[in-house]
Design a protein. Structure first.
Length: 146
């Protein structure tokens, strides 16, 4: 009986370890895929990302190579391109009505503002996003913007 109990405890330990390792290995690629899938649904424009790194324990994340395309009818190659950015958020807010982001640090963003008869490219994207969750950003810093 003691051997069975020890075996079950060992099995549970192995399964938990496998789950933790699996989440650690596939979480970042899952987030990248999710952003590239859900981002266009929210913004109504293409969203591409080179890489993402997320720490569940600290609620911090880093992204590289984010490109947000322009809405149809605008001529510039994209609306926003960010070489690198990091953010810290309140992890518990992800599942609430309002996501609370403590800070966002953006490095070398390229932002194209293009006006047209129906408004401008950035406002069009923001209007598309406004139907989604509420977002609170406590601190935003941009460096090297163009």
């Amino acid at each position: 009986m003691k051997k069975i109990l020890i075996g079950m405890v060992a099995l549970v330990g192995i399964v938990v370890t496998a789950i933790v390792v699996g989440v650690a290995l596939f979480l970042d690629s899952g987030i990248k895929h999710g952003l590239e899938t859900l981002g266009p649904r929210l913004t109504k424009v293409d969203v591409k990302l080179d890489s993402v790194s997320l720490s569940l324990l600290s609620g911090s994340s880093k992204i590289k190579g984010l490109v947000v395309a322009n809405p149809a009818g605008y001529q510039t190659p994209y609306a926003i391109r960010v070489d690198a950015a990091s953010l810290a958020l309140t992890s518990s807010s992800i599942f609430s009505d309002k996501v609370i982001i403590k800070s966002i640090r953006v490095e070398s963003p390229n932002i194209y503002y293009e006006g047209g008869f129906g408004g401008d490219n950035l406002r069009t994207i923001m209007n598309n996003i406004s139907a989604s969750k509420k977002l609170q950003v406590d601190d935003l810093v941009m460096r090297g913007r163009k």
